[in-house]
Design a protein around this ligand. Sequence first.
Ligand code: ATP
Ligand code: MG
Length: 430
Amino acid sequence: MELLTQAPRGTQDVLPQEAAAWQAVERVMRSEAELHGFGEVRTPVFEHTELFQRGVGDTTDIVQKEMYTFLDKGGRSVTLRPEGTAGAARAMLEHGVFNGGLPVKFYYFTSCYRYEKAQKGRLREFHQFGVELYGSGDPLSDAEVILLGHSLFERFGVKGVRLEINSIGCPACRAKYFETLKAYFGSHREELCGTCLDRLERNPMRILDCKNESCGKVAAEAPKMIDFLCGDCRAHFDHVKALLDAAGVAYTVNPSIVRGLDYYTRTVFEFLAEIDGKELAVCAGGRYDGLVEELGGQHTPALGFGLGMERLLLLLQAQGVELPGVEPCEVFLGYLGGAAKAAAFRLCTELWKSGVHAMCDVNGRGLKAQMKYADKLGAAYSLVLGDDELEQGKAELKNMKTGEKKKISLGDRFLDDYLTVVTEQEDLSF
Ligand code: ATP
Ligand code: MG
């Protein structure tokens, strides 16, 4: 049999067993975010292209190389979202959310689309959990967001995640730095890639983030923004560090982190971990005080992070962190004959209504095949109905592990009897 086609390169299917792990991870994230007062937002998968050109920045790798952009049938340029922040900020502005009490906090789970060279931990469709805090420029907010990221890794029990932070200043202190940086890269023109030569004129800081090896070598020796911070930015950074120290969270200052997005200001950070022998950012974020204005709103300081779900799951898997799988079937109802089939389905319906994970055969197979299927499902109990059982109004509930059998009523007392037996036996197993 030849299949018509396969999933596109750089995409992944998530099947039930793995989806259960995703759900477990998402539950922890939701509860941690909601504990801090973040509310969920859901925004469109595609947006007008100009949103990302402005909101992510047209000198970034994302906008210059990685976006899935196309004309829709109305001739309008739309783009599959490459990240979550621009869409969230657009939605908040559109709904006047910033006119209410500030700060406001949001979280999201989104799929993101980037045309990248697909490899382990680098996909073309991937997923992010993100948080966004709008309306506070205070270092306490920086600390809260970083600590939230940190607490997630703690709750998952992953080891070896390192936190690196930096400050990339504000437009005022960056102006002087840009001049110095331009002069530096200008004297290394012949070592830069074509994209970086363009960046040299428009935003030399972007060169620091280039993945090209030759550019990377030049960037490593480049002057650092951290040495050019103005008084306010330095004080802000010192305060953030002091708050992390006070919370007992270890970090290193890495003057080379600049982040891939144009709208970042001041604090930037990454949580890094080794995945398959390669150091990758699992969670990355920072402050983007200029974003809301860039999108036409009033000055609204903001910050947040994006956490790569696939990278986190790879990490959890590599470290053998146990995550719940699919809940197995609790009780399987088998039958012999047409009348018993109808009764099994009716009892199944009763069980479903009271929240019991029950199943019965729907394929009209022989009893032996039905029970084989029950084993495959991992059913904890089974109940077999035949003419005798229907006549007596009773059947044996069998514990599939111990083989123990108990008669239960199939009439009005069915649910009560069922729950009594299951509860008793569960108690015994502790
Ligand atoms: P990288 O430097 O690895 O390319 P980035 O700076 O482009 O990452 P961000 O835009 O900050 O990443 O996205 C936030 C997080 O989303 C990353 O830290 C990472 O965990 C995840 N991520 C980014 N790109 C991908 C991808 N192509 N596949 C899987 N996860 C990704
Ligand atoms: Mg990238």
